[in-house]
Design a protein. Structure first.
Length: 256
């Protein structure tokens, strides 16, 4: 499928083989498109995500790399540049939770969370400037822990707050080039990331996410639908913002 830039649609989803990232990759897939999915280590999940993209008529490209370093970010972008000259969408969906209390937590764990979940946005965007241009959108996934103090979420929250700050500045700095930037705020979704930091039952099992005010829980597909809009031409006048997909949970008062 051609786009306004005259080239086939191409998207890169970092952390794109599981959970919300996997749902976004599948949602962006369309006949003739190139969908790049980067991942850290889970080969089985990567193969499954590639098959989902392939079923939609798109060509999947798997890139295994550690996005939490300059070298890893550059490797991912170099692999994309070997295939396509232009990226229409770059989605950062990678994170490591590393739960713990900041006052006593191993600093190496905090640093890893910040590198993967926050600094990686710049590790990707800087080398990707050669692929981004008029009509491109960069989307950064964030969450409630940036404005609510959630137990043992400090490292993850710091990473996401850093990325949110980058988004606001990059949105203005790159506006004249036609490159858009936004954050996509996500409520609690039942993913591996959520389960790693969720409250536990007496038996030690992670508790499921709470339901939204309409009685159902948020799914990865709910988030993917909004992501697809934000990277489309229809979302072009939403710039430097955080768009919340939480089913109204942030507007409710919770009892303690």
């Amino acid at each position: 499928m051609s786009t306004a830039s005259g080239s086939k649609f191409a998207a890169l989803v970092v952390g794109g083989t599981k959970g919300i990232g996997g749902a976004i990759g599948a949602r962006l897939a369309r006949p003739g498109a190139d969908i790049f999915l980067s991942y850290h280590s889970d080969e089985a999940a990567a193969a499954q995500a590639a098959e989902q993209v392939r079923r939609k008529g798109a060509t999947p490209h798997l890139v295994r790399a550690d996005v939490g370093s300059e070298e890893g970010g550059r490797l991912i972008i170099d692999q994309v540049a070997k295939v396509v000259p232009h990226l229409h969408a770059l989605v950062h969906s990678a994170a490591v939770p590393n739960p713990g209390e900041l006052a006593t937590q191993d600093l190496a764990k905090v640093r890893q969370a910040v590198e993967v979940g926050g600094m990686a946005l710049l590790y990707l965007v800087q080398p990707a400037m050669k692929l981004l241009g008029q009509g491109s959108t960069v989307l950064f996934l964030t969450g409630a822990s940036t404005h609510l103090v959630l137990p043992r979420h400090g490292a993850l929250a710091a990473a996401k707050a850093l990325g949110d700050c980058f988004v606001k500045y990059l949105a203005i700095e790159c506006a004249a080039k036609g490159i858009n930037f936004n954050s996509l705020g996500v409520g609690p979704v039942d993913t591996d990331l959520y389960r790693s930091v969720a409250a536990r039952s007496p038996e030690g099992k992670p508790l499921p996410p709470p339901a939204t005010p309409n009685g159902r829980r948020i799914t990865p597909e709910d988030v993917a639908e909004v992501a697809a809009f934000l990277v489309s031409e229809g979302g072009s006048m939403i710039r430097g913002q955080t768009v919340l997909v939480d089913g109204g949970m942030s507007t409710t008062v919770r009892s303690r």
